[in-house]
Each structure stands twice: as structure tokens, then as C-alpha cells.
Ligand binder design. Sequence first.
Ligand code: AVJ
Length: 361
Amino acid sequence: MSLGSRKTLDGGILANMSNPTTVNTFKSKYRLVETLNYLEGKYENDIARDVREGLTASQKYIPCKYFYDARGSKLFEDICRLPEYYPTRTEISILRDIAHDLMETFAHKDLVELGSGANWKIRILLEAAGESNRSTLRYIPVDISESAVIEASQGLLEIFPELDVLGIVADFTCQLEVLPTERSILFLFLGSTIGNLCERESISFLQNISDNMKPDDRLLIGFDMVKPREILEAAYDDSQGLTSEFNKNILNVINSALGADFNPSHFEHLAFFNEEHSRIEMHLRANCDFAVKLESIGMEIEFKKGETIHTESSRKFTRASIEKMASQARLSVENWYSDPDGWFSIVEMIPDRRRNNTPLP
Ligand code: AVJ
């Protein structure tokens, strides 16, 4: 183990926690802008382990974080503009409503966006902050996609040259320790990205944030709410086939990361609402029998016609399920914002110090 490396909860080794690579440095009008990559080296390890585990399970699966290479991040942006994909525009309409109140006194603090992706949402908040607040705050986008972090930062600095940006390329589910803590933080976890974590993972993730929050810190989370099945399923199986392309792109990511020979045309896109687990599931279903070689992990995996790879779960929430999760994670709900139809919610949470870390019965 090299200096500064540590073991993660899941037994992996993080070699770069104190040694990020600076991947991009450029000058805005006022400042030097840096992007730090904490994933380098770790990503290759993780994807090999995750794919080996996922493709040998009885229900084959691939973790959905591997959707987001440069092409996958772009495809997701295109999905966000689809008429069927309501979450993004609904969340943005809520953000527009609350941006002013949220940002008018936001100065000398850090805005940490977990799973930042494109810069559409943060632009709304930064605009509402006004130039004088904007020149004292710092924006810290955290994303697994290096291209998304760099492009979003550069785009923002063109509009707001006075802004201080620190880009971080990291896996926010297990690398929260890399975040600076000197100043008060408003954490943003938008887009219902939390829906990608299963119940257990989301509780321990939120608990981890809660335990590390300082008294003045705040957390805003976006949740996609339960609604009629037809609306949910159309959002994940659009008529232009973009979601299908996005889903199949995960195979290209694995082909290039692990020297695999997946043929995406051997799979069909499948998306359905699993009511029991209150989640949309996306799968890739084999349309014939074949085998796939994964060169760099020395494996060959057989597929039978009709068999699926589970590529994503996207949980849908109710007010009750959110409140339950918050209390299990030692967070208390401070404010609740929704659109008129109740299709999406943005919830403000703070650590629940009263509970004093005693587990619930
Ligand atoms: C980025 C995880 C919020 O679950 O709605 C969109 C990803 N998958 N279409 C979602 C996604 C298929 C999206 N999240």
C-alpha cells in the first residue's frame, strides 16, 4: 500500500485519496481553475471487480455508474430534453421557484454538487445568487465523468468569470472524504440520483453525509415521486430510442475498459416499473445465444436467449418513504418543495442531532 492509501468499506483500496491528478488547469478572468481526479487507477480496479462480480451473479447485473463515459453523459443530457422524460424539467421548475430564497444570503460558502453532470441546474442557483455572492462562494462539482466536470466548469466560467470553481472527479458514494471542509457547505444531490442507490445504500450514504455535516451545513436532495405506471415507463422507454442507446452504451464502456467483445445489437432495451420495490428497472435482454470474452479479466460469459443484464434501478419515492429514510439516516426534513402535480420533490435536510446516534427500534 502506498503512502496515503486506505481501505474502503467494501474492501477496495484507494490509492489516490491524498494524491489526486490535476487533469485540467486553466485561467478564468480572475482565477486559476483546477480539476482534481481522485478516480485514476481506482476506476480500472473497480470496474474489473464490479463486472466480474455482476456477470457471474445468477441475475446478471452491471452497476449503473458505468453508463457515464463521455458518450453516456452526452446521451443522458439528450434524454433530459425528451418530452417523455419529465424529471429534469420538473425539478428545474422547482429550482427556479426556490432559487432566490435559497441563494440571496449565500456568501463565503461552498456549493458541493454530488453527481453534477451538466451545469443546467447550478446555473439557475448561481444566477439567483447575484454577482456579489457569486464572487465569494465556491462551486465544487463532483462527478465520475471527467469530461462532464471539465465541460460544466468551463461553461460556467464563461458566464460567471468571477466564480471560484474546484472540479472533483470522484465516486461520491465512497470518496466523500476528499471534499474540503473549511467552509459551510450546501450539498446538492439533485436529479433523483439517490434513486440509483438501493434502500440500504441510500441510508448509509445519507448517514455518512449527515455525520460529516457541520452545524451550518445544509443538504438539498431531489426525489422522483411515484406516479402512474404509463408515465414512469414512457420516461424510460422513449419513442426516439435514446434511452435504449444509453442503456446499450454501458456495453461499449465495458468493451473499452476490459477488452470485451460485447455486440450491443445482441441485446434489446427493457424498462418496466417494479411496483413491489417501487423502482423502474432497466435491463438488456439477449436476443440469441452467444458468449462474450472479457480479455483483461480473463473471462468468458455465456448468454442464453431471453436472459437479462440488470443495468439500472431508479427508485420512485413517496413523502412517507422519504421521511422514513431521512430519519433512519439521522436527518430531519427542514423544507419540502414540489411541483403542482407532485411529480418531483426537492427536500432540504439537516442533521438530526436530537437523536444522538441511537439507532431506531
Ligand atoms: C440520472 C439516475 C436520475 O434514473 O432517471 C435516465 C438515469 N436512466 N434514463 C434516472 C436514467 C434512464 C436517471 N438518473
